[in-house]
Design a protein around this ligand. Sequence first.
Ligand code: FES
Ligand code: FES
Length: 168
Amino acid sequence: MVLLHIIVNGRGYDLQVGADPHQVDPAHTLAYTLRETLGLTGTKIGCNHGGCGACTVLMDGVPVLSCLTLTVECDGREIVTIEGLSPPEGNDLDPLQRAFMDHGAFQCGFCTPGIILTAKHLLDRNPSPDAETVEEALSGNHCRCISHYQVVQAVLAAAGTEADRDED
Ligand code: FES
Ligand code: FES
């Protein structure tokens, strides 16, 4: 029996590879496994073809498109989904989540988990980005509902560099 060990939001999972309903089929994507096997439906599947960014999660700290990532490729990897972003010790939200709420940076929210995780990676690498850097980082994440203006404002606010946008 082939076993996969993946860590999702700090919790380890041993998953069997196989064709039975409770197993991970070799053709299953990470997006499918997160949603259907582990019940973590915060990860959204939009296009399912790598074009929209809705399914973005962090793998070993780096954004990946989970609709294009096979689960069997994730053995030994650490995954963070939107459910894992809040500090584990409390009920509070991550500053990015709070900033998105404060700035009305979503409408239906379908794209939001992917955008926030992409932004999280950006702020981990660059805590004080300017608006252009945020726009570039989020260029692969598409939203059908609202202008990206609010999204960029929210990311800048979370970084404490909101004034950069106002000076544009
Ligand atoms: S659902 Fe993965 S990129 Fe669109
Ligand atoms: S808020 Fe609806 S797709 Fe972005």
